[in-house]
Design a protein around this ligand. Structure first.
Ligand code: NAP
Length: 289
């Protein structure tokens, strides 16, 4: 039976993978930072020795996009050096690594959805640290690694834009939200499902072609996303559009980071659902809890 080790198991994606455990025809082993710290080679070594996985899904990451601007060393330590530790420590076992990357590796100058082979040109420290992680994988373990770039993750778990909007929507009568950054909100449940399907297909890894994009379908901006959240959650909070220039943040975000997910759809023979449908399911799940 196929054995899969999930790092960063306490994060949003890690918890979504855990919620799908029963459906997966294999063994999923979940390791949070205490069980396996990707910056501690000893802890990686002992986890790999004990678990002997066929796959590692690396959900461990530094994801605080704005904080990374002040905390560059920590962002690179986790998103680049930690990944190199995983690559090197798993060399002997030769297990496959599925690594999650981001739309923020692109500069946002496109006007059509980004494809896997488009040139990356990150604009923020976070984006740079994730891009360096991608490069390390492609340089040191091309024949056993798969990179999945995704965008604007949210879920019922942890902290994310959806949960912030649900909280603010109850506290405030109106909110200003930026409308000039285009991207696609993605439910970690849908991403987790696709990752497990990818493992089940046991695909041949071609060193040139092991990057995939996965986002829910459609397109949006933060203002539209916030409006839809208020509508679906039936919160009486007016959302007003503002330009990014009126809401300065430490990190520069791409103006356009819509990902084209056709490649993974074709590989898995799936049609990824629209972001609005996924959002409705997530809000229902939160309400039930
Ligand atoms: N969130 C987004 O909008 C977004 C968008 C595009 C791509 N991504 C990528 O998608 C992946 C999953 O994101 P997510 O939202 O699920 O992230 P998340 O909720 O922030 O979870 C990241 C997890 O990594 C753990 N971690 C940090 N440093 C670690 C270390 N040295 N060793 C082991 N674990 C460590 C964290 O542990 P602690 O809880 O102890 O800190 C946390 O549980 C990441 O690679 C991220 O870059 C995210």
């Amino acid at each position: 039976m196929i054995k899969v080790l999930v790092t960063g198991a306490n994060g949003q994606l890690g918890q979504s993978l855990a919620s799908l455990s029963k459906k997966f025809d294999g063994i999923l082993i979940f390791a949070d930072r205490n069980d396996l710290d990707i910056n501690d080679r000893g802890s990686i070594k002992s986890s790999l020795l004990t678990n002997k996985p066929d796959y590692i899904i690396n959900c461990a990451a530094y994801t605080a996009v704005d904080n990374a601007e002040k905390d560059k060393e920590e962002a690179f330590k986790i998103n680049k050096d930690g990944l190199i530790n995983l690559i090197e420590e798993s060399e002997e076992l030769q297990c496959r690594i599925i690594h999650i990357s981001t739309d923020y590796v692109f500069d946002g100058k496109h006007s059509i959805p980004y494809r896997e082979d488009d040139i990356i040109n990150p604009q923020s420290v976070y984006g740079h640290s994730k891009a360096d992680g991608e490069k390390a994988l492609l340089a040191f373990a091309p024949s056993r690694s798969i990179i999945i770039r995704t965008s604007w993750l949210y879920s019922e778990f942890g902290h994310n834009f959806l949960k912030t909007m649900l909280r603010l929507g109850k506290e405030k009568g109106s909110l200003n939200v930026v409308n000039d950054q285009l991207g696609i909100p993605t439910y970690t449940h849908d991403l987790a499902n696709a990752i497990l399907q990818l493992i089940s297909t046991n695909i041949h890894i071609d060193s040139e072609k092991n990057i995939f994009h996965f986002s829910n379908s459609g397109e949006s901006n933060w203002y539209e996303f916030a409006k839809e959240i208020m509508r679906v959650a039936e919160l009486n909070c007016q959302i007003h559009p503002i330009p990014t220039s009126s809401f300065p943040t430490l990190a520069q975000r791409p103006k356009f980071s819509i990902l084209n997910s056709e490649k993974i759809e074709n590989l898995l023979n799936i049609k990824i659902r629209p972001w609005q449908d996924a959002l409705r399911e997530c809000i229902d799940t939160i309400k039930k809890a």
